[in-house]
Design a protein around this ligand. Structure first.
Ligand code: UT7
Length: 341
């Protein structure tokens, strides 16, 4: 099926858009941390976590398993689906807030792990919106004909910045990675349009203050717990619903596509109540919404990437279907895209 547009101006937006997603893949670590496990670690309950968030369990990477390892495994699966070898990749972009280390970037480490050539490789940091930001950056290189094949990854080891004594945050997050291969395939399926945004005035709502140039690592920053993720949950929640709805409506309007024509809405998997509120405001049915956060919790930049892979591999999305992906995260940042799968 080819997307049909009500007016030529809308159609014009897509002329020259020759970026296809030819493969997706994901990887989550083996170890499962359930709500029952968390009950033994902090004062919480399966009932509270389930009703307030929808999360039942999350994956936790091993001590010797890093963001680049998760990313490389997801990448290899996406390459397999696309039928692409490591030698064919021209660029690697990794979206993450939990790089293996501040530098070198995680994309360089992935380049080495998957055996790619000496191609450009860089990270971007847009928190939970990172994968959508990275898709847009990757597709810009493709449509400009700078590169033929781009590997885009969202990967996180959030367990490494989680304060396991803080019940407000430790029940929410998990580790994992998702990847996509973008290729120049004229007149084929692909990314139709993307809307990105940010609001730095609300940077304090969700952050990890320690370890950067403002609060370099010191015994004091450690004692103060500044190397842990911290969040004002309630305010973040409100902003998430508002920003995700607005970004989703922007891409739908730009394409002149009604929500009923979208086969699958893939929202950032932060909280089932946020997903429900966004779905309701967009007029999406329960059947349209893709949800896997009960299995993985919030995996930040990996969230939409893992969900996209699971939606494809489970057969929920078929070639030609219209898919709406929408994300929100620290920054604040947000983004949405419509993909003709
Ligand atoms: O990925 C980036 C975007 N992230 C998000 O969008 C996350 C947005 N925020 C949320 O998902 C929700 O705000 C949370 C799940 C984090 C919290 O849910 P909430 O309904 O906003 O709860 P709350 O923070 O207002 O806390 C309500 C109560 C508090 O107790 P008091 O003050 O009413 O006595 C908390 O101390 O629940 C308590 N609480 C818990 N109780 C049991 C907080 N965490 C827990 C817990 N177990 N794990």
């Amino acid at each position: 099926m080819t997307a049909k547009f009500k007016n030529p101006r809308a159609k014009h937006n897509f002329i020259g858009r020759t970026c296809s997603i030819t493969g997706v893949g994901s990887y989550v670590p083996e170890r499962i941390l359930t709500n029952a496990d968390l009950e033994k670690m902090v004062e919480t309950s399966d009932e509270w976590i389930t009703t307030r968030t929808g999360i039942k369990e999350r994956r936790i990477a091993a001590a010797n398993e890093f963001t680049s390892d998760l990313a490389a495994k997801a990448a290899e699966r996406a390459m397999k689906m696309a039928g692409v070898t490591a030698e064919q990749i021209d660029l690697i972009i990794v979206a993450t807030i939990t790089p293996d280390m501040p530098f070198p970037n995680t994309a360089c480490l992935v380049q080495q792990k998957i055996g790619a050539r000496r191609i450009p490789a860089f990270d971007i940091e847009a928190a939970c919106s990172g994968f959508i930001y990275a898709l847009e950056i990757g597709q810009s290189f493709i449509t400009a004909h700078t590169f033929e094949t781009v590997l885009v990854i969202g990967a996180e080891k959030l367990s490494s910045i989680t304060n396991w004594k803080d019940r407000n945050t430790c029940v929410l997050f998990g580790d994992g990675a998702g990847a996509a291969i973008l290729q120049n395939r004229p007149l084929s399926h692909g990314l139709l349009t993307t809307a990105l945004g940010a609001d730095g005035s609300k940077a304090d709502l969700l952050s990890m203050p320690g370890g950067g140039s403002r609060c370099p690592a010191s015994p004091q920053t450690i004692a103060d717990g500044l190397h842990f993720l911290r969040m004002d949950g309630k305010e973040t929640f409100k902003n998430a619903v508002q920003a995700m709805c607005s970004a989703a409506n922007e891409v739908l309007n730009r394409c002149e596509i009604d929500i009923t024509r979208i086969k699958c809405v893939i929202p950032h998997q932060a909280n089932r109540r946020i997903i429900n509120a966004v779905g309701e405001r967009l007029g999406a049915t329960e059947d349209q919404l893709f949800v896997n956060l009960h299995k993985y919790g919030n995996t930040s930049a990996a969230s939409v990437a893992i969900a996209l892979d699971e939606a494809v591999t489970s057969g929920k999305i078929q070639r030609g279907d219209l898919v709406l992906i929408v994300g929100f995260g620290a920054g604040l940042t947000w983004g949405a895209a419509i993909i003709e799968w």
